[in-house]
Design a protein around this ligand. Structure first.
Ligand SMILES: Nc1ncnc2c1ncn2[C@@H]1O[C@H](COP(=O)(O)OP(=O)(O)OP(=O)(O)O)[C@@H](O)[C@H]1O
Length: 561
C-alpha cells in the first residue's frame, strides 16, 4: 500500500486525538495496563464470537449441530460482557479522576496567580475553560472509551478476516481506509460550519446577556428593545443557517456511509469470487464479518465530532494552564502551607514605586508613580482624586495585589521581596468599590456568632439577614447594605490595615457620619491603620492626613493637625 496514503491517514486521524492522548498520558494515575488488557480481552472475545458464529453456522448448514460451539459461544459472550463492562467502568472512573485532578490543579494555579493575569485574561475566558471544556471532556469519556475498545475489536476482526481470505482482507482494508479518509474530509467541512454556528451562537448568548443585564434600560425604551430584538433575531438566523448547512452535509455523510457498506458487501459477494478463488463459505463468512464490523466502525468514525470537541477542549484547558504558568513563573503552587501572619508593623513605606498598565503589545497605557508614601501604624489616611486618577490602582499596589514595576515597598525598613508577598498581603482587609461579598467567613475558624449578631444589629441589618449555621441567610441587599455587611466581615478578619474604597459613598447621611466619626475612630483606637478613598470633604477632619491622586501622582492635599 502506498506509504503516503498511510501517512495521510495517520496525519488526518492524529490531529483529532493528539491532545486526548497527551491528556491520558499526562493525567492518568489509574493503572492503564489493566484497562488495556481488559479492552483487548473484550476485542478478542468479540472477534472469537464472530468466528464461532461463522463456524457454527457453517456446521449447521451441513446438518451437523455440535453442542461445543454453543459452550464456546457462551464463554466468549460472558468474557466479552465482563471485559467490556470492566473496561468501560474503570475507564470512566479513570477519566473522571483525570478531569477532577486537572480542574483542581488549574483552580489551585488560578488562586496563586496574579490579579493582573485575571484582569487581562478576563473572568469569562477562565470560567468557560474550566466549566464548559472540562464538562465536554467528562461527557465524552464513555464514548471515547467505547470507540477505543471498538478499535481493538476491529483490529481482531480484521485479523480474523485476513485469516479467512487475504484478498478479502485487502479489499476490506483498502475500502475502509478510503471510506474513512473521504468521511474525515467531509467531516472537516462540517466542522467549519459547526464552528461558525458555535461562534454565532456564543454571540447570540452574549447579546441575550445584554437584554437581561440591561433589562431596565430595555424596558424603558421601546426602540432600544425593538432594535436589540432584531439584532438577536439576525444572529439567531445566522446560527440557524450554519446549523442547517452542517445538518445537510451530515445527511450526505450518513448516506455515504450506508452506501459504502452496501457497496463493500456487493464487492465481496459479486466481484471477489471473479478475481480470486473464493469458496461460497468464505464469501458468506466475509459477509458476516463485514456486518459484524459495521457497529465498531460506526462507533469509531461516527464519534469523530466528539473527539474533535474533546480534543479542542483539552487543547484549550492546557493552553489556559500554560498561560497561567507563564504568569505565575517562580511562584510555587500546590502548597498547603498558609502564608504567615505578619508581625505588628510600625511603618510601611513605598519608595519610588512605579506601576503601569500595558496593552497586549506591551505599550504602557496608564502609569502611576513615582510614589513615595510612609504610613504609620494607627494612622487614618484619606485619599482623594478625580475619576481615573489612579486611586484604586495605588491601593492595589499598596496591598500587594499588583507588583510595582520599579521601586520598593518596605515594612519597618525591610524590603518586601516577591517571596514575602503572600505574608505581606495578610496585613490588609479591603472593601474595594467592586468588592465581592461572600456569604460566610472563609478563612476564619472560630467565628464568635454572638459578636457577628451584635455587629449585624449595629449595622442595622437585623431585618435583612441573619447569621445562621456559619453563613448569612441573605446577601441580596442594597449596595449600601452590602457594604455594611462587608464591613462586618472586615472587622471579623481583624487585620492590621483597613482599606475602604468609597465605602461611605452609598451610605445614608446618618451612617456616613457614623462611619467617619465613630467606626473609623474605634478602629484607630484599637491600633488599626486605615486608608479610605473618599470625596466627603466635611469629614476630612476625621483623618490624620489627606492625600490626593492626580494623573497617577500622589500629592499632599491637606495635613490635619
Ligand atoms: N485593569 C486595567 N487595565 C488597564 N487599565 C486600567 C485597569 N484598571 C484601571 N485602568 C486605568 O487606570 C486608570 C486609573 O484607574 P483607577 O481605577 O485606579 O482610577 P480611580 O482613581 O480609582 O478612578 P475612580 O474614582 O473612577 O474609581 C484609568 O485610566 C483606568 O482606565
Amino acid at each position: 500500500m502506498d506509504v503516503k496514503f498511510i501517512a495521510l491517514f495517520f496525519y488526518l486521524f492524529h490531529g483529532y486525538v493528539v491532545n486526548l492522548l497527551n491528556f491520558i498520558n499526562r493525567e492518568s494515575e489509574h493503572p492503564k495496563t489493566r484497562i488495556i488488557i481488559f479492552a483487548s480481552v473484550a476485542g478478542i472475545s468479540s472477534s472469537l464470537l464472530l468466528a464461532t458464529i461463522n463456524t457454527a453456522a457453517h456446521v449447521i448448514a451441513e446438518d451437523d449441530f455440535q453442542i461445543q460451539y454453543l459452550f464456546i459461544y457462551l464463554i466468549c459472550l460472558s468474557l466479552f460482557v465482563y471485559a467490556k463492562r470492566y473496561t468501560l467502568s474503570q475507564a470512566t472512573i479513570a477519566i473522571e479522576g483525570m478531569v477532577r485532578r486537572v480542574r483542581m490543579r488549574i483552580t489551585d494555579k488560578i488562586r496563586h496567580t496574579e490579579l493582573r493575569y485575571v484582569e487581562d485574561t478576563g473572568y469569562s475566558e477562565i470560567y468557560n475553560r474550566l466549566s464548559q471544556d472540562t464538562i465536554t471532556v467528562s461527557q465524552s469519556a464513555t464514548l471515547l472509551v467505547s470507540a477505543a475498545q471498538s478499535a481493538i475489536m476491529l483490529l481482531f476482526c480484521l485479523i480474523y478476516i485476513a485469516w479467512l481470505s487475504v484478498s478479502g482482507f485487502l479489499i476490506i482494508v483498502v475500502a475502509v481506509i478510503s471510506g474513512i479518509i473521504i468521511f474525515l474530509g467531509r467531516q472537516r467541512v462540517i466542522a467549519d460550519d459547526l464552528q461558525q454556528a458555535a461562534r454565532t451562537e456564543r454571540y447570540f448568548f452574549d447579546r441575550l446577556g445584554h437584554l437581561l443585564r440591561g433589562f431596565k434600560e430595555v424596558k424603558l425604551n421601546g426602540r432600544k428593545s425593538h432594535d436589540l430584538y432584531h439584532h438577536l433575531e439576525k444572529v439567531s438566523r445566522e446560527t440557524e443557517q450554519h446549523k442547517i448547512n452542517a445538518g445537510l452535509k451530515s445527511v450526505l455523510i450518513l448516506m455515504f456511509s450506508q452506501i459504502f457498506f452496501y457497496t463493500l458487501l456487493a464487492i465481496i459477494i459479486f466481484v471477489l469470487p471473479k478475481f480470486s478463488p473464493t469458496s461460497t463459505h468464505e464469501v458468506i463468512k466475509l459477509t458476516t464479518a463485514i456486518l459484524f464490523i459495521v457497529g465498531p466502525l460506526e462507533s469509531i468514525v461516527g464519534n469523530i465530532q466528539v473527539y474533535i470537541n474533546s480534543n479542542v477542549a483539552i487543547g484549550n484547558i492546557y493552553q489556559l494552564e500554560a498561560t497561567i504558568d507563564a504568569a505565575t513563573k517562580g511562584i510555587r503552587v500546590g502548597e498547603t502551607q498558609l502564608a504567615e501572619q505578619p508581625a505588628p508593623f510600625e511603618r510601611l513605606e513605598l519608595q519610588e514605586v512605579n506601576f503601569y498598565y500595558s496593552d497586549r503589545e506591551g505599550k504602557a497605557l496608564f502609569s502611576v508613580g513615582p510614589i513615595n508614601l510612609t504610613l504609620r501604624m494607627g494612622e487614618i489616611l484619606f485619599l482623594v482624586g478625580g475619576n481615573g486618577s489612579g486611586k484604586s490602582t495605588l491601593l492595589k499596589i499598596l496591598t500587594g495585589l499588583y507588583y510595582p514595576h520599579s521601586g520598593k515597598i518596605l515594612l519597618d525598613g525591610v524590603e518586601i521581596t516577591q517571596h514575602d508577598y503572600p505574608s505581606y498581603r495578610e496585613l490588609f482587609t479591603t472593601i474595594f468599590t467592586d468588592f465581592h461579598l461572600f456569604d460566610r467567613f472563609y478563612g476564619l475558624d472560630d467565628v464568635n456568632a454572638n459578636e457577628v449578631i451584635s455587629l449585624i444589629k449595629l449595622m442595622e441589618l437585623e431585618k435583612k439577614t441573619r447569621f445562621i449555621d456559619g453563613h448569612f441567610s441573605n446577601i441580596n441587599l442594597s449596595t449600601g447594605q452590602r457594604k455594611r455587611l462587608a464591613y462586618i466581615i472586615s472587622l471579623m478578619e481583624n487585620k492590621q490595615i483597613y482599606i475602604f474604597d468609597e465605602w461611605a459613598a452609598d451610605q445614608d447621611p446618618e451612617f456616613r457620619r457614623y462611619f467617619y466619626e465613630v467606626l473609623l475612630q474605634d478602629l484607630r483606637n484599637q491600633g488599626k491603620t486605615i486608608i479610605a478613598v473618599t470625596h466627603d470633604d466635611h469629614y476630612f477632619d476625621n483623618a490624620d492626613r489627606v492625600l490626593k491622586m492626580d494623573y497617577g501622582q500622589l500629592k499632599e492635599y491637606r495635613h490635619v493637625t
